[in-house]
Design a protein around this ligand. Structure first.
Ligand code: IPE
Ligand code: IPE
Ligand code: MG
Length: 246
């Protein structure tokens, strides 16, 4: 069945359960419009809202959004400050919507590096929504794939030292369950907007068998229609996981 971009008409079979998105291109969007980069980030926040709503409507279980990387701390101070302010505004303005739509908010990354007020908003909203049964909105903030793996190593080594874990009993699940994404299925589909052909330190362990889709669209221009087209493209793919065709 071909989707006509109406969420209700989408065929539910082979829908990705977990979609992860590298939301890239805010700066270039602003530059094209002769605006400050921060204007691009502001417009990007509107796109986030639309894609979260579309994901819930389509019936995706988990949406992971790469909002700020460990490397993004190295950007000019004014840009980092503006991004932190936007995060603050986002959690305040979206609170009611998130609760109303039964979204379960989770944050992955070095939350302790964020400004205290942002940390408090995150703590309050993740706690308030922890029993929600709708879309799991997983925001990667101050997140790095290598840091994720490093922090998992540290947790595992600590358990080994305390005799709570035996090295010879370790398996891949041991590592998965110590990552920030513990308990979440790996992404079925990884989308990157902005056209760059790289993963930029996002979910390195978790994307081993994710389907990739690179869109040239700059994130502020990314909309529900394109999102549904990409999901349709995913549904038509054959995932072999190293095996042969059925
Ligand atoms: C993505 O857009 C947003 C963040 C990384 C916070 P960019 O700011 O990287 O935009 P480009 O890649 O410079 O266009
Ligand atoms: C990746 O985009 C990080 C986010 C989208 C949050 P970047 O713009 O930071 O990545 P590079 O520099 O193009 O690899
Ligand atoms: Mg970028």
């Amino acid at each position: 069945m071909k989707s006509d971009n109406n969420p209700e008409s989408i065929d539910l079979s082979k829908l990705p359960r977990h979609v992860a998105i590298i939301m890239d291109g805010n700066g270039r969007w602003a530059k094209k419009k002769l605006k400050n980069r921060v204007e691009g980030h502001k417009k990007g926040a509107d796109a986030v809202r639309n894609i979260v709503t579309a994901s819930g409507n389509v019936g995706i279980n988990i949406l992971t959004l790469y909002a700020f990387s460990t490397e993004n701390w190295e950007r000019p101070r004014t840009e980092v400050k503006a991004l932190m302010k936007l995060l603050e505004n986002f959690f305040i303005s979206e609170r009611d919507n998130i609760i109303k739509n039964k979204v379960k908010l989770q944050v992955i990354g070095q939350v302790w590096r964020l400004p205290k007020n942002v940390q408090n908003l995150i703590r309050e909203l993740t706690d308030t929504t922890k029993e929600n049964t709708g879309l799991i909105l997983n925001l990667a903030i101050s997140y790095g794939g290598r840091e994720d793996i490093l922090s998992a190593f540290k947790k595992i080594i600590k358990k080994i030292k305390l005799d709570k874990l035996k090295p010879e009993e370790m398996n891949e699940e041991t590592i998965s369950s110590h990552l920030y994404t513990a308990g979440l299925a790996d992404p079925d589909l990884l989308i990157r907007t902005g056209g760059a052909m790289r993963v930029s330190n996002f979910l390195l362990w978790q994307i081993a068998y994710s389907e990739l889709y690179i869109s040239k669209t700059l994130w502020p221009d990314f909309n529900k229609e394109e999102f549904l087209e990409i999901i349709e493209d995913f549904r038509l793919r054959e995932r072999r996981f190293g095996r042969v065709s059925k």
